[in-house]
Design a protein around this ligand. Structure first.
Ligand SMILES: [Zn+2]
Length: 116
């Protein structure tokens, strides 16, 4: 398998949690090995930070706030959430039908979803 190498300034198509769809992103910084560490959505200016290929932090443009968090709703990976306490976050992992991991800034919180 070929590992893609990136350079700063390059445009890469990837999913944007704030836009809730695939958007062109401008690579802002890379490691010496060409791994992407920071990229900004060209459409909404949300900045995502990566470590070892995994998204570790997301700085969502305030103008593109996600829908308020509601535990009775079902969430899916990549969705943006506005939490009353933790603020703006992004669903990074759906654990099961009742739990999700959400990245707030650089902190992951486990929240419930899909509750009756
Ligand atoms: Zn976006």
């Amino acid at each position: 398998m070929k590992i893609p190498k990136y350079e700063a300034g390059q445009t890469v198509e990837m999913s944007c949690s704030a836009c809730d769809s695939d958007q062109p992103h401008t690579v802002q910084s890379v490691t010496k090995l060409g791994k992407m560490t920071k990229a900004m959505c060209d459409v909404c200016e949300t900045v995502s930070t990566f470590r070892r290929g995994k998204k570790v932090s997301v700085d969502i443009n305030k103008a593109k706030a996600g829908a308020p968090y509601n535990f009775s709703q079902k969430y899916r990976k990549g969705q943006a959430i506005m939490h009353p306490t933790f603020g703006q976050g992004e669903v990074t992992n759906v654990v099961d039908g009742q739990k999700i991991d959400v990245l707030f800034g650089d902190d992951v919180k486990r929240l419930i979803h899909g509750q009756e």
